[in-house]
Design a protein around this ligand. Structure first.
Ligand code: ZN
Ligand code: ZN
Length: 223
């Protein structure tokens, strides 16, 4: 008998049986009560970034549009209370099992983008950085999705010589990897855990603008 990874309730016989039938990996599961609290992105969303919106293009995307950027983002869930709690728990525990909670859904969603190279956003959280835990790549690894670390953290040395403001700024910054003997992929799917304003994704896109790259999209678990 296994327990829900989120609320620790014992899973009912029915839930366990269903997992058995679907041949899900051991323990990669949550109870129906928890599952139902997550809200999947619906039709009533911005068409370019999946933000819950009655408009075809939300205010965030319009703002990017004004800056000459075009948003092409897909998310699976809204960032509601339950999702917020999940990420807090997941990041805090750095737990591989929690990384797998949405792995199958992420896998199914990314399958639709054949020919895209998945590029994860590098670590941005200071605490996680110490542990070397990247919540984005952990989800990808748990789902068995191949990816390429084409973005790297910028300026990771001499952190101690900087003041707090400089350190915060450096935490956000990344640059593209130098590919010596390899060519750049034509199509890239940038992956992050949560899409908030889109600023991180836009910065990543700027970094990935090289001649060979013809198309860049982005994807996140939550929006
Ligand atoms: Zn539960
Ligand atoms: Zn939008």
């Amino acid at each position: 008998m296994s327990n829900c990874l989120l609320c620790d309730q014992e899973l009912s016989n029915q839930e366990s049986l269903r997992d058995l039938i679907l041949m899900k990996k051991e323990n990669l599961t949550m109870c129906d009560n928890c599952k139902n609290k997550f809200e999947q992105v619906s039709e009533a969303s911005c068409k370019t970034c999946c933000k819950k919106s009655s408009e075809i293009s939300c205010e965030d995307c319009q703002e990017w549009e004004r800056k000459g950027k075009s948003v092409n983002h897909k998310a699976l869930y809204y960032y509601n209370e339950e999702m917020k709690e999940y990420f807090q728990k997941y990041k805090f525990q750095g737990d591989q099992l929690l990384a797998g909670l949405f792995a199958e859904e992420v896998k199914a969603a990314l399958k639709k983008y054949k020919g895209y190279t998945i590029v994860p956003i590098p670590l941005s959280d200071k605490r996680n950085e110490k542990r070397g835990f990247n919540q984005v790549t952990a989800i990808l690894e748990s789902a068995g999705i191949p990816y390429q670390d084409l973005l790297i953290k910028k300026d990771t040395k001499a952190q101690s010589q900087k003041n707090k403001k400089e350190r915060l700024k450096a935490e956000q910054a990344f640059e593209r990897k130098e590919l010596e003997n390899k060519s750049w992929p034509e199509k890239i799917m940038i992956m992050d855990d949560i899409y908030t304003t889109g600023a991180t994704i836009e910065r990543a896109k700027e970094m990935l603008h090289v001649n060979e790259v013809k198309e860049i999209r982005s994807f996140s678990l939550a929006r």
